[in-house]
Ligand binder design. Structure first.
Ligand SMILES: [Zn+2]
Length: 393
């Protein structure tokens, strides 16, 4: 395969109080009866603004509370409400899991990309346009046509790829500035991985989730996400602490959601996400479950160890993480009793994740135990990342 591909949502809007304009954009797309889903907090901050804006354009709507986990059961429930109510779109408000649930419940056919070979699932959702309203900038999920599915215990189950990206992504930066600052920091952790994963995927000529090879454009976006974090990350955190949608926050929100979103989907994923998704296998060892972005941030450090980066380079990344409060040690990640058995489980699991095939020493097909990569090397990288981080404590 040598064809390059770049995919994106049809519309992306970002700015303070952007949500006041949702009615006119829905009208422009011919949507007259959307189903809105979200958790209680997300709906609490969006509901009134959205209803007002939709009422102004004569658009009716129905609101349903999201159950909290993106599982096949929850997806089916939302799909059923959408079909029963004859809704012509699903608007998902909230964080990554609510957005992934809305995206899946609105999709047509899906490909289960977490199994080898990938499987087709027919009509997983109601086959209506999907609108994403992130109320936090904690992940780069909103722009993508990919959802991560968990089981009822919150463990990673698989990821699904759909036929199309969201019809619209609406990012109200005043809402995001008002959210807890940790959410923006987590989003920076997720976005930190994008450049490294895209760059290594490009180097190894690995296919990207979009379904082809990476364009140079996607590589540029991934790189620009990284540069934006380095330039404005700390300042954006300070603005978020004061609930101000200032220029640094605007830049970082765009990096976290748009640049990182397009950068990962069309630029490539690699070890950082293979490892990040494997931490859920040892969920019980965490007193508080870290966010996706924190898992990704620490797993990125492990990928940098796998790449053999030198200490000058590592110091810049570790210092950035420390400055905004992203974890650089297992203890900071929240693993109180970090025993080597648990880290080995994570390494084993990551070696079996198809995303790791983007790394230089991976095999294209799995061995008899299902692995694409030497788990000992991943284990060593995790321990090295932790050891290096302890000097920044
Ligand atoms: Zn991610």
């Amino acid at each position: 395969m040598s064809t390059k591909i770049l995919i994106a949502p049809m519309r992306y809007l970002q700015g303070p109080d952007a949500l006041t304009q949702i009615g006119q954009h829905l009208e422009g797309m011919g949507i007259s009866n959307p189903l809105v889903i979200g958790g209680p907090t997300a709906l609490g901050v969006c509901r009134e603004t959205m209803i007002q804006s939709m009422n102004d354009k004569g658009i009716g709507s129905n609101f349903v509370e999201f159950g909290g986990e993106c599982t096949f059961g929850e997806i089916q429930r939302i799909k059923d409400v959408c079909i029963t109510g004859s809704h012509d779109a699903i608007i998902a408000c909230g964080g990554g899991k609510a957005l992934d649930t809305g995206r899946t419940a609105s999709a047509g056919n899906a490909v289960n990309a977490g199994v080898v070979p990938p499987e087709m699932i027919e009509n997983i959702g109601a086959n209506v346009p999907c609108i994403q309203v992130p109320t936090i900038a904690a992940t780069d999920a909103p722009t993508a046509k990919v959802s991560v599915i968990y089981n009822d215990k919150g463990e990673f189950e698989t990821f699904l790829v759909f036929q199309a990206n969201p019809a619209m992504v609406f990012v109200d930066t005043q809402v995001i500035a008002n959210a807890p600052v940790e959410t923006l920091v987590s989003g920076m952790g997720d976005a930190l991985a994008t450049y490294f994963e895209a760059a290594i995927s490009y180097r190894t000529g690995s296919p990207v989730l979009a379904g082809g090879l990476s364009t140079r454009t996607a590589q540029m976006m991934a790189r620009f996400a990284f540069d934006t974090l380095m330039e404005y990350g700390y300042q954006a955190m300070l603005e978020a602490e004061n609930n101000i949608p200032g220029q640094a926050l605007e830049a970082v929100v765009e990096a976290n959601i748009l640049l990182s979103g397009l950068g990962y989907e069309s630029g490539g994923l690699a070890a950082a996400h293979a490892i990040a998704l494997s931490w859920t296998r040892v969920y019980d060892l965490f007193e508080v479950h870290p966010t996706h972005g924190k898992f990704v941030a620490f797993s990125t450090l492990a990928q940098l160890m796998m790449e053999g980066r030198n200490s000058d380079f590592l110091d810049d990344i570790y210092e950035f993480c420390t400055s905004i409060g992203l974890p650089t040690t297992l203890q900071a990640l929240g693993l109180k009793d970090a025993n080597s058995e648990a880290i080995r489980m994570v390494a084993e699991d990551a070696s079996k994740n198809v995303l790791i095939t983007a790394m230089p020493r991976a095999t294209a097909t799995p061995d008899e135990s299902g692995g694409f990569y030497d788990p000992n090397e991943i284990f060593n990288a995790l321990m090295a990342a932790d050891g290096y981080g302890r000097q920044f404590d």
